[in-house]
Ligand binder design. Structure first.
Ligand SMILES: [Zn+2]
Length: 366
């Protein structure tokens, strides 16, 4: 691709599929979710401001129906500047402040409406999301949310539930762009096994452990990007709770395996990291972006030693090593929505391994 060229590519999906999916999911008719008994209430089921800890919202004016905060642990504004697209409900990337040759892929919109909250080509000051959230109406456009730093928290009624698929986006990564600058020399190493063009950066929404909507991010293999978008969209409709989703680079220690441990220590969900497998010399499937670890503290990795004792790495995960009662929040079992949805998309689960056990781990070979 020529330097300086800006490309908007559209991830090909049938409109019909998403219209039908959105309709049925919105109506609760496709709900197999364990966490909810029915989804028709999803639009009305807004967050009661009084029930939300003030510290989790971090907004000055609680009378606003829209609120957002930036996770202080996510120090680096990472994403390309996203501007309102010229072609209706899709987003384009302004490469002015990031890479010279950045491209973005978004879920194809099933709506053709122009986002009403902003003028076309308005720039979103990603460094100041709170002002951004409070300046607009009660609903934040997908492009606005996609410009927010991972970890930002949204009020439930600040997203357009008729356009949920547009809040899930796939971006290519190019040398010199904002994502590249975050990962180079850290989770991404120049190597002979996987290149930038084999990877995709995803921005998405999930519910956090407080039940609030939170912005998440991950990098995965390009061949799995559509699976990941579909899976996390389904999990979102299930209101599946994930503690946080930041790139592992936010926890970088200088070593891939150690950084993975640092990410796990704070229960962060992550996918790509060019590193060897835990307790092995071969590359992990995480090194190819083909594996993801979900809520790792509640879903630990352990090795069963010959004497029957367990070898594990996180003392704060001890309560979850052997007690895998499905009624315990965030514990993945075969009754869990994450298991159901990931395996439906062809992923295998580390919880089914005999030794080691890796309850957090789903992988799909490409
Ligand atoms: Zn894993």
């Amino acid at each position: 691709m020529a330097k300086g060229e800006k490309v908007l590519s559209v991830l090909r999906k049938t409109d019909i599929k998403y219209i039908v999916l959105t309709f049925f999911l919105s109506c609760g008719l496709l709900s197999g979710c364990g966490a909810v008994s029915g989804l028709p209430s999803v639009v009305e089921n807004t967050v009661d401001l009084e029930s939300v800890p003030a510290e989790s919202l971090n907004i000055s004016d609680m009378s606003e129906s829209t609120a957002v905060e930036t996770d202080s642990s996510d120090a680096e504004p990472a994403e390309p500047t996203v501007t309102a697209g010229e072609s209706g409900g899709t987003e384009s990337v302004d490469s002015e402040t990031t890479a010279e040759n950045e491209s973005v892929t978004t879920m194809e919109s099933s709506q053709e409406t122009v986002e009403p909250e902003r003028e076309p080509d308005a720039e979103f000051p990603e460094s100041n999301p709170s002002d951004e959230a409070n300046a607009g109406g009660s609903i934040l456009a997908p492009s606005t949310v996609l410009s927010l730093t991972a970890g930002s928290i949204l009020m439930e009624d600040s997203v357009d539930w008729n356009r949920i698929n547009e809040y899930f986006a796939v971006y290519e990564i190019y040398e010199g762009d904002a994502v590249y600058n975050r990962i180079i020399g850290k989770s991404y190493q120049v190597n002979d096994n996987i290149g930038l063009s084999d990877l995709r950066y995803l921005k998405l929404l999930h519910f956090n452990f407080d039940g609030n909507i939170q912005v998440g991010e991950l990098i995965c293999n390009a061949a799995l990007a559509q699976d990941m978008i579909d899976i996390f969209t389904e999990l979102f409709y299930c209101r599946y709770q994930i503690c946080s989703m930041h790139l592992i680079d936010n926890y970088w220690t200088g070593d891939g395996v150690e950084s993975d441990e640092a990410s796990i220590e704070v229960d962060n969900t992550s996918c790509f990291c060019y590193r060897r497998a835990t307790d092995a010399e071969n590359l992990s499937n995480h090194a190819y972006g083909r594996a993801i670890d979900i809520n790792p503290l509640e879903n630990p990795f352990y090795i069963i030693r010959p004497d029957g004792s367990l070898e594990y790495y996180h003392t704060n995960a001890e309560p979850y090593l052997l007690n895998r009662d499905p009624s315990i929040p965030h514990v993945i079992t075969e009754a869990d929505d994450a298991y159901r949805i990931f395996t439906a998309h062809g992923f295998s689960w580390g919880g089914n391994w005999s030794n080691p056990k890796d309850y957090q781990h789903f992988e799909k070979l490409t």
